[in-house]
Design a protein around this ligand. Structure first.
Ligand SMILES: [Zn+2]
Ligand SMILES: [Zn+2]
Length: 220
């Protein structure tokens, strides 16, 4: 069964964390595995369709070829190809290393040349939102605690076909920034869930189109 939800699927609680499935990544290993599987299943389908059965070395050869031509491939295939190639400079998955790694920064930039195809029936831009949020969740070290929280919580809703309006996204983002400032600089880094418990954030979410953004349980 495909890992990726279909448009209109119900959100499913993650049995391993308080979030919806996918929304607990990267902290929840199960959710993080699901997010990784989103790109891995696209890779397996691409290889099976175009090359058949390949050895691990051949997978790496195909990955190098895909990374040379990101504009010719779906973003999930490009992200999966990067995962298969270790960075010569820092040793991480190519494009996933620290901001200080020049090779990873270049590879990360190139990944955005890849193709994004909205699924039939979604608001335009859904696929772009999915890929940006997946990218942030899989490279969390370069993102602020509040942005990572917003990205990961929204990912389950994006995967089933929702897209917040720009105004909704901006309001939420601004409220998170205010809450982070109120809590003090280090609190959200140590305990990102402190932002969820902030009364202003909780009120904003409760009144929005995504009242269950924080997950299946009532966590007040
Ligand atoms: Zn989880
Ligand atoms: Zn690197």
């Amino acid at each position: 069964m495909a890992v990726r939800p279909e448009i209109g699927d119900p959100l499913r609680p993650c049995p391993a964390c308080p979030a919806w499935e996918f929304g607990g990544a990267p902290g929840c290993a199960r959710c993080a595995g699901l997010v990784d599987a989103l790109v891995e299943e696209a890779w397996q389908a691409y290889v099976a369709a175009d090359f058949g059965s390949l050895s691990p070395a051949e997978h790496a050869d195909v990955a190098r070829m895909v990374v040379q031509e990101p504009h010719r491939h779906d973003w999930r295939v490009v992200d999966a190809a990067l995962d298969l190639l270790p960075c010569d400079e820092c040793g991480a998955r190519l494009g996933s290393g620290p901001m200080s790694c020049g090779s990873c920064e270049v590879a990360h930039g190139f990944r955005y040349a890849a193709i994004e195809t909205d699924r039939p029936g979604v608001p335009p831009g859904n696929e772009h939102a999915v890929r940006v949020n997946v990218s942030v969740v899989r490279r969390p070290q370069v993102t602020s605690a509040q942005e990572l929280l917003a990205r990961r919580l929204l990912l389950p809703a994006l995967l089933v076909g929702h897209v917040p309006t720009t105004a909704q996204a901006q309001r939420f983002s601004a409220a998170l920034k205010d809450a982070a400032a109120r809590l003090g600089k280090s609190t959200p880094d140590r305990d990102p869930a402190a932002l969820i418990r902030d009364p202003a954030i909780a009120a904003l979410v409760a009144e929005s189109d995504f009242p269950h953004l924080f997950g299946p349980a009532d966590r007040t």
